[in-house]
Structures are given as C-alpha cells and as structure tokens.
Design a protein around this ligand. Structure first.
Ligand code: CO8
Length: 265
C-alpha cells in the first residue's frame, strides 16, 4: 500500500519496515508545527497499513536526526500557543508509544531537544557513532516540552535526567549508550542495515504477540506489579483465541519443524 505525499517528511517501505525520514536538512530537520502535524498523520497511516510490522524514524542528511523543535517558529509564541504546540507534540508521542507496531529511532546525528524527545517516544534507540544527544532547552530559557522531563527520567533514571535537563549538556553516542539512552551504537554507514536487521527479527514474529509485549511493558510502568501481572495473564489467555497462536505452535511441532507464517489474526 502506498502512503500519501508529505511536504516535510518522506516514507519509504522496505518489506515489513516503514522508514519515516524528517526532511528539512537545511534546518537540521527541526520540528516545525508542520513536521509534527505530518508525523502524526503519517503515524496514523502507518498504523492502518497491515503490511507494515515495524517503523523506523530518521533524519535527512548525514548531520542531524532532529536538532530540536523549530526555534524560529517558537520565538514569538504566546503562552497559550506554546502550550498548544507542546500538546501537539504530546499527541505524536502518545501515537508512537501506543502504536501496535514497534518504532525504532535511527539517530544519525544531532538528537537535541525535541529530537531527543522524538527518539525517547520510540521503543528502541539505535544510534550512529557520530550521534549527539541532549536536552538544551534550558539554554533557551524553556524546558523539554515533548515528554523529555518524563520519558528521559524513565529511561536513564531521575538523577541523569535532571543532569541532562538542567545543564543542557550534549553527550556523544558512547555516553548515551553507557547511560542507557541509546540501546546500541554502530558506525554511521551501518546504522540503517542494523535497524533493518532488528526490524526483520521482530517482523518474523507474531504481530499480535509483539503488540501485546509492547503494550504490557508500557502500561506496566504506571501500574502496581499485581495489576500488571494480572493484565499479562489476561493478554496471554487472549492470544490463544488467535490463528497466530495455533500457527506458531503447530509450525514448531511439525516434523520437520517449519517457519511460522503469521497473519496478525
Ligand atoms: N530550530 C530552527 N533552526 C535550527 C535548529 C532548530 N532547533 N537547529 C538548527 N537550525 C538551523 C540553524 O539556524 C541554521 O540555519 P541557517 O543556516 O539558516 O543559519 C542551520 O539549521 C544549521 O545550523 P547551525 O549553523 O547552527 O549548525 P552548527 O553545525 O553550527 O550547529 C547545532 C549544530 C549544535 C545542532 C546547532 O544548530 C544548535 O544548537 N541547534 C539548536 C539545538 C537546540 O537548542 N534544540 C532545542 C530546541 S527547543 C526544543 O526542541 C523544545 C521542544 C519542546 C516542544 C516540542 C513540541 C513538539
């Protein structure tokens, strides 16, 4: 299935992987309100595409993933409009986080401010060795308004998140890996192949099962252990009503064993 054309982003499909590229290279792929609007629309279109199993997001060019929200657009914002912009970003973050499909941030350069926050909304952060991360908003007199104060703290811990948000320091890929902000770091030329490999390993599995893992791990972060274990038990049972459960287990038990053909049903 094809995707609509957008002004500020491009979508390319490679088998089960949809690759979304933020394409404002001259502004280091800064997130204008149009980019946020188009990314949100694209997230909806991708969600509805049954043949897409995994989504990657990256930035155009070799220098930046996304260098933040567009400062030239924000400079004159009134407080109510700034809050609306932050809420617009919030909807995109939630769309990624609650998507049935895993999202991989392929961080190919600067991931600053809203760029770091876009990566944080994804399930996996794979980085090129030239990537740079940071939440420099305090240097502009504002704060991360696209989930940074919350998702960064959940990912790297409260103390590291405070340090990054309050200093506005930029860290390199090796440091991002060390503190658990990046999941893996590769030479820049290998980044997209490694993203495709991760996507392929996930896409070979039952999509409903993958979606349930994503949902349960995410929702479990804000539940009691008892409630989240109950939710896991319910979801485990529900998967036994799917054709994919029968296919997955039958394929394993077949002699000779065969690869399961999952349909997402
Ligand atoms: N917004 C607008 N334009 C930008 C941005 C940005 N965030 N980042 C870079 N650009 C533009 C520059 O203005 C420049 O444009 P021009 O050529 O017309 O002068 C062009 O991109 C190239 O940038 P530089 O010349 O600055 O390139 P350098 O190699 O010297 O520096 C840096 C690269 C270090 C990445 C530098 O550009 C920089 O510091 N950028 C700003 C980083 C930043 O502060 N980001 C945080 C922004 S605030 C934010 O993200 C808040 C998010 C919360 C709300 C989100 C709701 C969706």
């Amino acid at each position: 299935m094809g995707f609509p054309a957008y002004n500020t982003i491009q979508i390319r499909q490679d088998g089960p992987l949809a690759i979304v590229t933020v394409s404002r290279e001259a502004a280091l792929n800064a997130l204008s309100s149009e980019v946020i609007r188009e990314l949100t629309a694209a997230a909806g279109a991708i969600e509805a595409a049954d043949d897409v199993r995994v989504v990657a997001v990256t930035g155009a060019g070799a220098k930046a993933f996304v260098a933040g929200a567009d400062i030239s657009e924000m400079v004159e914002l009134a407080p109510d409009k700034a809050q609306m912009f932050s809420e617009q970003g919030g909807k995109l973050g939630t769309a990624i986080e609650t998507s049935q499909k895993p999202w991989i941030a392929a961080v190919n350069g600067f991931a600053l401010g809203g760029g770091c926050e876009l990566a944080l909304a994804c399930d996996f952060i794979y980085a090129a060795d030239n990537a740079k991360f940071g939440q420099p908003e305090v240097k502009l007199g504002v704060i991360p308004g696209f989930g940074g104060t919350q998702r960064l703290a959940r990912r790297v811990g409260v103390a590291k998140a405070k340090e990054l948000c309050m200093t506005g320091d930029t860290i390199d890929a090796a440091e991002a890996l060390r503190i658990g902000l990046a999941d893996a770091v590769f030479p820049a030329a290998e980044l997209m192949a490694k993203v495709a490999s991760l996507a392929g390993r996930i896409a070979a599995n039952g999509p409903l099962a993958v979606a349930a893992c994503k949902r349960l791990i995410h929702t479990g972060q804000s539940m009691t252990l008892e409630d989240s274990l109950t939710a896991e038990q319910k979801a485990f049972g529900e998967l036994f009503a799917t054709a994919d459960q029968r296919e997955g287990m039958s394929a394993f038990l077949a002699k000779p064993k065969r690869a399961a053909q999952f349909k997402g049903k």
